[in-house]
Design a protein around this ligand. Structure first.
Ligand SMILES: [Zn+2]
Length: 106
């Protein structure tokens, strides 16, 4: 028979837990272990939320930039600048679609 270091009640030699206070004689701290897991989970979830948020911000920027390029290119076509027009239209549309996709993925 040994004595519980926490509550000083007797514990069986082959027992791994104090039946009075729940102290673990094996050194395994169940409470600490659970809180460690919870903390790690919360940290990884926070990281995920932050990543999703930055993807959204990036997507919105792409959407706005893409739409802006498309509008500019439409204005430029009236001036006969076809080279700039096609570049801006393709770039703008690609950025717009990419932004749209990222908005739904993120
Ligand atoms: Zn105890």
């Amino acid at each position: 028979m040994k004595t519980c270091p926490k509550c000083n009640n007797p514990i069986d030699d082959d027992s791994i837990l104090c039946m009075y206070c729940g102290y673990s004689t094996t050194g395994f701290d169940g409470e600490k272990c659970v809180s460690d897991i919870a903390r790690r989970q919360a940290a990884s979830e926070e990281k995920l939320v932050k990543t999703a948020f930055s993807i959204r911000v990036f997507a919105v920027i792409l959407l706005v930039a893409g739409a802006f390029c498309d509008v500019i290119s439409m204005l430029l076509v009236f001036n006969g600048s076809m080279e700039v027009f096609s570049f801006l239209t393709v770039g703008g549309t690609v950025a717009f679609i990419l932004g749209l996709v990222l908005t739904f993925v993120g």
